[in-house]
Every structure is written in C-alpha cells, then in structure tokens.
Design a protein around this ligand. Sequence first.
Ligand SMILES: C[S@@+](CC[C@H](N)C(=O)[O-])C[C@H]1O[C@@H](n2cnc3c(N)ncnc32)[C@H](O)[C@@H]1O
Length: 448
Amino acid sequence: MMLPRLQLLRELLSEDGSIWVTIDDNEGHYLKVLMDEVFGRGNFVSTIIWGNFYGRSGTAAISPAHNYIHCYSPSGDRWKHVRGLLPRSEESASKYKNPDNNPRGFWRLGPIFAAEERHEGLMYTITTPSGRKVAPPKGSHWRMLEADFWKMYADDRISFGASGDNIPAVKLFLNEVQAGVVPRSIWSHGEAGHTQDAKREVMALFPGDTPFGTPKPEKLIAQIVQIATNPNDLVLDSFLGSGTTAAVAHKMGRRWIGIEMGEHAATHCLPRLQKVIDGEQGGISKPVNWQGGGSFRFMALGAPIFDEYGRIHPDVRFATLAAFIWQQETGAAWNASAVQPGTPYLGTHYQLDSYLRSPDMRESPISFTKKPLFACYLLFNGILGDKRPASGNVLTREVLDALLALHAQTPEPAAPLLVFGEACRLGPARLEQAKVTFRHIPYDVKAR
Ligand SMILES: C[S@@+](CC[C@H](N)C(=O)[O-])C[C@H]1O[C@@H](n2cnc3c(N)ncnc32)[C@H](O)[C@@H]1O
C-alpha cells in the first residue's frame, strides 16, 4: 500500500523539503526500510520518538508509550542549513539576566574551561582583579589563548563575579545565541502533545463525536511545521484524517493541500477548516495568536480509471490514462509539459545508475549514467486522429509505421518501444523486429 504512495510523494517533494511519517511500533521499522529504499539512506534525517501516550495499559506486557516519526529530506545532510529552530523555552530564556544593566542586554555565565589538559598555550594562569592567580581547574584547559582572553575581557565579555575574585567565566548574551534551539529526537508529550490532547481537540470541534483512533494533537504538527517550513511554504498531508495538518498549517500562515478519501473529508475536514477560517480558538490558536481569515477550496476527485467491470471508465481522457500508465511503468509522475501534446508519445524512460555513490551510501549520488530503457506510447481515444473503434486504438501495420516515424524524432530513437493499445494485429516477429512490446488496455493497466 505504501510503496506507490511514497514514490508519488517523492515526486511532489521539493529539493529543500522534507517528508515526515508518523507510525507505531508494529510497522515503524518496516516503514523505515521502505523509506530508505524510496528516499535513499543518505537522505535520512532522523526518527523522532514522540511520547504520544502517558497512561499505562494494564493488559499489555509492555505498555506502548510512543510513536515514531520518520523524517527524510532530498537535500540529505544539507537540510540542516534550511530547517527551522524551535522557540527557546521560557525556562531556558529565564536563565538570562541583566544585573549590570549591560547595553548588550540579557546574559548568563558559561565556563571558559573544558575537559582535558592541553598544550601550554591553553594552561596559563590568570590574575583576577582581586590579585589572586588562577589556573584551569585540575584536568582541564582554558578554551581560548591568553591574548584572546584579555581581548574578551576588554570587550566586557568576561566576568570575575561581583567580588572580582571568582574564577573567570564568559558572558553569553541572549541576543547573540541562536534565535531558537536545535530540535532533538525525543519529543515528550509535554512538548508535542499526546493522543488524549488530540482527542479532546477533535471533541471540542465536534461535540458528541467519537474521534478517530489516532488523531494528532495540533502541538505535534505545529512543531513539525515549525522545523520543516517557512511562512507561505506548501504543506501536503495526503492522509488528512481529522484535518489537523491543514488546520495547523493554515493557522501558521503556510499554504496547504490535504487529501482524504473517507467520508470525513466532507463531514469533518471541511467544517473544521471552515471553523479555522472563522477564528476557532482551540489547539495552537492562542500561542500563535490565530484570529481567523484566509480561504481554501474543497474539491472531489474526477472519474476513477476503471468502471465496475474493470474496463477503462468512459469519462477517462487521454491525459489521465497517460499519467496513470506512466506512473505504473516508471514509478514516477508523468510530465505532460515535456512532450508534444496530441501525440501517443508519453516520454522516454531512463535507468539512472547510481554506482558512483560514495561507498558508505550516505552521500547523494555524485553523478548518474543515463540508459534509455523504453519509449512509451499510448493508443487511446483515437489519439492518432482515427476515432473509429477498433482502428485508432489498435496497433495495425499503418499505426506502427506512424509510431516508428514519431519514434525517429524522439531523443532516443534506438530505444525499444512500449505500446499500450486496445488490440494488436501484428505477429510476434514483426513486433520483435520493430523492438515493440505490446501491452493490452485495460488488462495490462493495473489498479493499485
Ligand atoms: C491515521 S489517519 C491520518 C491522521 C491525520 N494525519 C490526523 O492528523 O488526524 C489516516 C487517514 O488516511 C486516510 N487514507 C488512507 N488511504 C488513503 C488514500 N489512499 N488517499 C487518501 N486518504 C487515505 C484514511 O481514511 C484516514 O483518515
């Protein structure tokens, strides 16, 4: 179920974007391996442990208390340069004070020595303003050379305490440390909310309703949105459930797309997001000062590819079937704008060889060799101009001649042809001679 969806999501992900998947202990490790395969091990960022359940199950051998959140980015290790920081907690900010009315603002003290004795240049003695001589504490060294220490002292970045007799310490100014804190891989329910929070949020929106088994609290999604995106970025949740991702993205000023196949798309997601627009005050509304506003569109999918008898649905147009077949054959999204419209040629598919990866596979591929595997053609809806049933969509001698003429104009005229049509009037020898593999519509079009 997940493989084709992950492959599609990979196509939709931007270069500096990231994908986050929440999963429990039953499937978490299988999904990790699957995601390694789809996104590449070198693009693995972290598996976060989210403490989603604070109670204890009396019937469990070991009571489950966490979910996993797998995170990957196509930019691999470079993603750390674009990801966002988390807000510094009030507790950590409250450690900064300004007792000397310092023009640089709030500061706290940090040690100027570190473990291990080092070379002489870092083992000097310092004379305090009170006249006492201090060396680095036993088994440690000063973090800077002596000249740098006195430069920092002259710049009011060193404190010997009010008495002038303390071992020196460095002043760390709040406005000079990073604007936020680097996210860590364990998220407590205090930090990111828990399943009960999420159920309460849904019940507040829909009184008397029974919430889904696994809704996500707004705080959890807000933490991910904060790390993964900037205002106005695009957030996609292709399994929207109760609509939390869309609600949070909206309140945080991101653009969003939610996909949900269940009835609750209309019964829950739609009214929930209308309430958000109206200024609903649950979840993260207060911390982000949400006042309402904005808009969205609610859309239903068009006709499915197959009708109830397994035939191609009469409402399906050429481009829809083309995108479906290209995805089926290549695992990638069809780029309609890369080929000339109105012809059966869908594109040439290449095998990308990534042998030039670094040996430990942690780097992105250094270069690709491109080998054409096949060019794909679709005979459907009389694309060659002959609308009679059993003619335009059938691979006859004339149609093959037309395809071969078209093929000669493509970037890889020597590549074999993969032709989809409703019937084939040619024998195996002719097909082999023309390097054609024929696939039958609808039987060779696979529903997933
Ligand atoms: C675990 S819930 C998602 C929870 C959700 N992200 C939240 O915060 O509440 C999974 C949802 O995905 C939907 N779903 C499953 N397969 C789908 C598909 N192929 N396309 C769209 N939605 C799908 C299910 O109907 C279900 O509502």
